[in-house]
Write a protein that binds this ligand. Structure first.
Ligand code: E4P
Length: 217
């Protein structure tokens, strides 16, 4: 499973990238706001650091403007994936931008039918938002599972990018279902290393080690 990091914070990306945990990065207008950075500048810096796809999102709502913004974002670096929303205009923009050879990430997907349309429009990635479905008491994981089945039924090559991942359980279940990629905040990725029994076991080993009176170095 590929790991994308869902942030525009350079330091957090660098820390995970040094460990080989970063196959790509996703940003959105809210994450750009949170970073306090200029979109073109911070996106360029991320693209220089990470070799995999870096999603940069358009903010226009009409297809022509989305396409113009997408073309401009795509010029930042060869590894840009232009992110467009899953609206009818977004699908039109997806078709044109992917036809021009750009990677396109279709975002804000909340139904299997939307995902089917994105695949037909040539999306490189479809981003179903798990956490936001859970927020309204729907089952985000069921959506990942449905899209996996539909894409496999017909051999669509669009990659399922499990997004809006809020918990380690979301990450685990996405991997079990077979999402191609997950994008998660750095804190969630780091939490995946935690287990209460690891901490407990380490405490016991260290306590016994202290009693031996030995040193390794
Ligand atoms: C992904 O591309 C989105 O930017 C992100 O996963 C949204 O997550 P949120 O619902 O926690 O804001």
């Amino acid at each position: 499973m590929k790991f994308f990091v869902d942030t525009a914070e350079i330091d957090a990306i660098a820390e995970l990238n040094d460990l080989g945990m970063v196959d790509g990065v996703t940003t959105n207008p809210s994450l750009i706001l949170k970073s306090g950075r200029d979109i073109m500048e911070v996106t360029r810096e991320i693209c220089e650091m990470v070799s995999g796809p870096v999603s940069a999102e358009v903010v226009a709502t009409e297809a022509d403007q989305m396409i113009a913004e997408g073309r401009k974002l795509a010029k930042i670096a060869p590894n840009i994936a232009v992110k467009v929303p899953l609206t009818w205009d977004g699908l039109k923009a997806c078709k044109v931008l992917s036809g021009e050879g750009n990677m396109v990430n279709v975002t804000l997907c909340f139904s299997a039918n939307q995902a089917l349309l994105a695949a037909k429009a040539g999306a490189t990635f479809i981003s179903p938002f798990i956490g936001r479905l859970d927020d309204i008491n729907l089952d985000g994981m069921e959506l990942i599972s449905d899209i996996r089945q539909i894409y496999d039924n017909y051999g669509y090559e669009t990659q399922i990018l499990a997004a809006s991942i809020r918990t380690v359980n979301h990450a685990y279940q996405s991997a079990m279902i077979g999402a191609d990629v997950m994008t998660a905040p750095p804190a969630v990725i780091k939490s995946m290393a935690k287990h209460v029994l690891t901490d407990k076991g380490l405490d016991a080993f260290l306590a016994d080690w202290a009693k031996t009176g030995q040193n390794i170095l």
